[in-house]
Design a protein around this ligand. Structure first.
Ligand code: HEM
Ligand SMILES: *[C@@H]1O[C@H](CO)[C@@H](O)[C@H](O)[C@H]1NC(C)=O
Length: 481
């Protein structure tokens, strides 16, 4: 009897050892990039999620780049992953979308964004959705939206200036959320019994956290938040179906019309997932970018001064003093756009973009095996001194000298290639208009907070509390003489 147990034990031992060996040394028809697969199952997940309180490249990447070079292998949340911090490879991955690589997100992501979210869709359906989003957030819509964006920002700032202090991240998130929700689904927080924004707050807190779904974890709260928000969106859509409106103006109208057509490829589930992604993407990313910009301006008086001059000039040269910002004025904000590029370069709001290799891909002597996940890391490119001199310095002027070719290869805050962020123009309008209203009329002081932490998503753990006051216009006219 004992030798049978021994045989079983030995078999288990051998299989286990073999499994661990395979885990550490995955199969590859070629030269796998160097790296460590970490612990069985857990991989190097914990290192990846370790908090980093600086603007610099996360230590997870830094240590491995130093040891293995710019392309290496690892294992995150149970998946083998090739990490690319190489400008050329990143560029190639973006350009090869649908050919050698395809947009792919970890299960924990599809769980929180929905299985039918744009990031997980390909081909025809993807193009259809992309056109729909561009219709909503493209330049033509934004031109029409400009006045509303300005009046929303001006009203918000006026309100905040009357307060002892305001937490800028939360406040700008609310501002943009209300505007987007109004545009997309005519949501009016004053008139609604449930608070849609609140379920998004829970959702965001657990986003890009360790994906452990048990009560008490951030990830669990995140899923609960999504569930609640999705239920509300579904109810609103049902409500609209029951009470159709005469004049069709928002995204719900558009979706219902498509669904009723019968031959449309759009389904209710896809429409709701898209609505959720758009609401989330529009306010969370942009409010982070605005908060980072205001914080960096506070520490760089020269940049603040040049920005103020640019926007005062717009007001000074305006023929009709009663009119608001025009599209032409918006397009003329040269320094503002440099400042926006520099802000998102340093902010690195999106720490990783995921793809899957569709075929074995050769790159600089290595092979990325078909089926493997690939993580493109914008921070490593944005903070590499080869691409940007003194990369940790906030220097909007560096964009004056940036040649376009270098800029497109070494700037990937909004992704690249076919899946380039569809919200880029929306973000730029929001940021530029908000900064216009802010610097022409107000100044601000830090009350508390403003520290950042990356886990690896960017957060302000203590918020960024500022006191906003109206500018002394007296001294302004003095300095001009
Ligand atoms: C500072 C602000 C923003 C940053 C840094 C940012 C970043 C990105 C990045 C890096 C991607 C590429 C993802 C990939 O290749 O897989 C992306 C895609 C996307 N973004 Fe943004 N984004 C911002 C604002 C917005 C806004 C305001 C919206 C909505 C109006 C938006 C909607 C989307 C959507 C729907 C996609 C998916 C596009 C696709 O899969 O083709 N983003 N964004
Ligand atoms: C900002 O970056 C984009 C993308 O590379 C580039 O096309 C644009 O010209 C840059 N803007 C400025 C003002 O340098």
């Amino acid at each position: 009897m004992w030798h049978v147990s021994l045989c079983i034990a030995a078999t288990i031992m051998v299989s286990f050892t073999h499994w661990v060996y395979r885990w550490r040394n995955p199969r590859c028809n070629g030269n796998l990039p160097p790296g460590s697969m970490g612990w069985p199952l857990l991989g190097e997940t914990l290192h990846f999620f370790a908090p980093n309180p600086t603007w610099d490249t996360p230590p997870f990447l830094k240590h491995r780049i130093k040891r293995y070079g710019s392309v290496f292998r690892t294992s995150l949340v149970g998946r083998p992953v090739i990490v690319s911090t190489d400008s050329d490879l990143n560029y190639m991955i973006f350009q090869q979308e649908g050919q050698l690589f395809q947009s792919w997100y970890p299960d924990s992501f599809t769980e929180v964004f929905g299985r039918q979210n744009v990031g997980s869709l390909h081909g025809y359906m993807y193009k259809y959705l992309k056109n729909m989003v561009l219709y909503l957030f493209g330049p033509e819509s934004l031109k029409k939206m400009l006045h509303e964006v300005e009046s929303v920002a001006a009203t918000a700032l006026e309100k905040w200036a009357g307060q002892e202090s305001v937490e800028l991240k939360e406040a700008t998130a609310n501002m943009i959320f209300d505007l987007t929700a109004k545009k997309l689904i005519s949501y009016d927080p004053e008139k609604s019994s449930e608070n849609l924004r609140e379920s998004f707050v829970d959702f965001i807190k657990g986003l890009i956290s360790f994906p452990l779904d048990i009560p008490g974890t951030a990830y669990h709260k995140c899923l609960q938040g999504r569930k609640k928000a999705m239920k509300m969106l579904k109810n609103m859509l049902e409500d609209r179906r029951a009470n159709p409106r005469k004049v069709k103006t928002d995204f719900f109208d558009y979706v219902l019309e498509e669904l009723d057509r019968g031959d449309s490829i759009l389904t209710e589930a896809i429409a709701l997932d898209l609505m959720f992604v758009l609401l989330f993407a529009s306010f969370e990313t942009t409010s982070l970018a605005i908060t980072v910009a205001v914080k960096l301006l506070r520490d760089n008086p020269r940049a603040l001064q040049e920005l103020t001059e640019e926007h005062e000039n717009i007001l000074r040269n305006r023929e009709n003093k009663e009119s608001g910002l025009t599209w032409k004025e918006y397009k003329s904000m040269a320094f503002t756009f440099q400042l926006i590029n520099e802000t998102v370069r340093l902010a690195n709001i999106v720490p990783g973009v995921f793809r899957k290799a569709l075929k074995d891909v050769k790159f600089k002597g290595y092979t990325i095996p078909a089926g493997w996940a690939v993580m493109v890391c914008p921070p490593a490119v944005h903070l590499n001194p080869v691409n940007y001199k003194d990369p940790l310095e906030f220097n909007p002027w560096r964009w004056e000298r940036m040649d376009q070719k270098g800029a497109s290869k070494n700037f990937m805050a909004f992704g690249g290639g076919m899946r380039f962020c569809v919200g880029t123009d929306f973000t730029k309008v929001q940021m530029a208009v908000f900064l216009h209203c802010l610097v022409t009329k107000y100044r601000w002081q830090t009350v508390r907070g403003g520290e950042i932490v990356r886990t690896p998503g960017l957060q302000f753990p203590n918020g960024f509390h500022v006191k906003i006051t109206e500018r002394q216009t007296e001294s302004k006219s003095n300095t001009r003489i």
